[in-house]
Write a protein that binds this ligand. Structure first.
Ligand SMILES: Cc1cc2nc3c(=O)[nH]c(=O)nc-3n(C[C@H](O)[C@H](O)[C@H](O)COP(=O)(O)O)c2cc1C
Length: 185
């Protein structure tokens, strides 16, 4: 797929079929992710691929409870409070796969993993797959309990939890704000 088309066409997908994502396809997405630039070419990322639906459901419940317990009152809208309190709302939208990109080097860990994440999401779109970064899971996954649930070493930093799957329906287009550009010279 043409790169400009992929950049313009990718949308966060929150509605998936139950079809599994082929393992070779997942490996191709990770291969795209690791082509990203990284500070001092450290390539400080690790990929945890979770396909165990019972584990994803457990993490969703624990992450929702963690967000509700740790977010100061008023920081989230009442819409999010209601959603996170809903037992039936799954943070991962029942996607067949969660790929968690974690940093294993503290230096510019977020920047490096975020670049890998965008590559992965664009590559997935070019393969006809949907993705969505699930920021609501990130804080919990960074706790000792969250790392333990996935068997992550304590020194890793979970940065980008990205769900991947076959879209059931095409996400609606969204409007983009005009960029604020400050020309100098
Ligand atoms: C850092 C980050 C965290 C996000 N967290 C969530 C999330 O927890 N749940 C969700 O449904 N979407 C999440 N999203 C998706 C955004 O809502 C989405 O990117 C935004 O609405 C723009 O839509 P688009 O991705 O289709 O362009 C997140 C996106 C980013 C970049």
């Amino acid at each position: 797929m043409n790169l400009t088309k992929a950049i313009a066409g990718r949308r966060s997908t929150r509605d998936y079929t139950t079809e599994a994502v082929d393992e070779k396809l997942i490996l191709r997405l990770i291969d795209a992710a690791v082509q990203a630039p990284s500070s001092m070419n450290q390539q400080p990322w690790t990929f945890t691929v979770i396909r165990d639906q019972a584990l994803l459901e457990r993490i969703s419940q624990e992450a929702k409870a963690w967000v509700l317990a740790t977010t100061p009152v008023g920081e989230h809208s009442s819409h999010f409070q209601t959603l996170l309190s809903d037992e039936d709302f799954q943070l991962f939208y029942h996607a067949p796969v969660l790929v968690l990109i974690s940093g294993n080097e503290p230096n510019q860990c977020i920047e490096n993993c975020a670049l890998a994440a965008e590559n992965l999401m664009l590559a997935a779109y070019a393969e006809g797959l949907g993705t969505c970064w699930i920021g609501f899971a990130q804080g919990y996954l960074n706790t000792p309990q969250g790392k333990h649930a996935l068997g992550l070493p304590a020194e890793w930093t979970p940065v980008a939890p990205i769900i991947v799957g076959h879209p059931k329906s095409a996400p609606a287009p969204i409007a983009h704000k005009a960029p604020s550009i400050h020309w100098i010279g």
